[in-house]
Design a protein around this ligand. Structure first.
Ligand code: PEP
Length: 257
């Protein structure tokens, strides 16, 4: 049976300045220290302006917390005012970057092609992209969630090799469940996550598909994470709101306790 180490990633969105970020990481580290959290990879995704401070703290105290960014430019460098390159994030020690978050797709018109270009930019800098996919409420009501998500996945994986896809993380985040308090049922999460894994096996091969971590995201809290994590194709969670509360995020990371 495949052994995929669970990943719990906290997407802070546009919250926490660099001082608040330090305080939050310190609280997380303190609460996780006593736990056997070796069994789970823990990552935080602060705003760009806090990454350097988070890096300094994590390096100085040798904390077993990974970190990354919430977005990355598809371009390498040059006249792209306001953008941040994958090389810049790599230089800051970022392990992860979310690409194609539904808020980026909705408010910044990111298409599957842009998401693909950003994922490839991240891979080129040896940063693991967390590729976000997920359907809106209209698609869910029409029962077309699987087809919708697989089309997003196909677009995001264009020109990504089997060797690269192995290290990729996919996050299934139904848009109707993000920030709404309305979590998908474990069965709903499993249905789409299993379909994603099957598609990766079709596009590449079964061995690769067994290695790819697939996260669920959408109103995950300490109180509902265990049921979601019990699903065989769910390998972790992408957590928004609850990742700002150190006690709740630690509860999520320690879902096995
Ligand atoms: C997210 O933004 O990725 C997310 C899942 O948010 P929330 O946990 O707040 O629903």
């Amino acid at each position: 049976t495949p052994s995929r180490k669970p990943l719990m990633a906290g997407n802070w969105k546009m919250n926490n300045n660099h001082l608040e970020a330090i305080a939050l990481v310190q609280k997380l580290a303190f609460a996780l220290k006593e736990a056997d959290y070796d069994a789970v990879d823990v990552a935080v995704l602060p705003p760009f302006t806090a990454i350097r401070s988070v890096q300094t703290l994590i390096d100085a105290d040798r904390l077993a917390i990974a970190y990354g960014a919430q977005d990355v430019s598809q371009h390498a460098s040059g006249a792209y005012t306001g953008e941040i390159s994958a090389a810049m994030l790599a230089k800051l020690g970022c392990s992860y970057v979310t690409v194609g978050h539904s808020e980026r797709r909705e408010y910044h018109n990111e298409t599957d092609a842009v998401v693909n270009a950003k994922a490839r930019a991240a891979l080129g800098a040896e940063i693991t992209p967390i590729v976000c996919v997920g359907e809106g409420l209209d698609v869910r009501k029409a029962g077309e969630q699987v087809g919708h998500v697989l089309a997003q996945l196909d677009g995001a994986l264009e020109k990504i090799t089997a060797e690269q896809v192995r290290g990729l993380v996919i996050a299934y985040e139904p848009v109707w469940a993000i920030g709404t308090g309305e979590v998908a049922t474990p069965a709903d999460a499993q249905e789409v996550c299993a379909a994603i894994r099957t598609r990766i096996a079709e596009l590449y091969d079964g061995g690769v598909a067994d290695q790819v971590r697939i996260l669920y995201g959408g109103s995950v809290k300490g109180g509902n994470v265990a049921g979601i994590m019990a699903q065989s194709d769910v390998d972790g969670a992408l957590v928004g709101g609850a990742s700002l509360d150190p006690a709740d995020f630690v509860r999520i990371c320690r879902y096995r306790d």
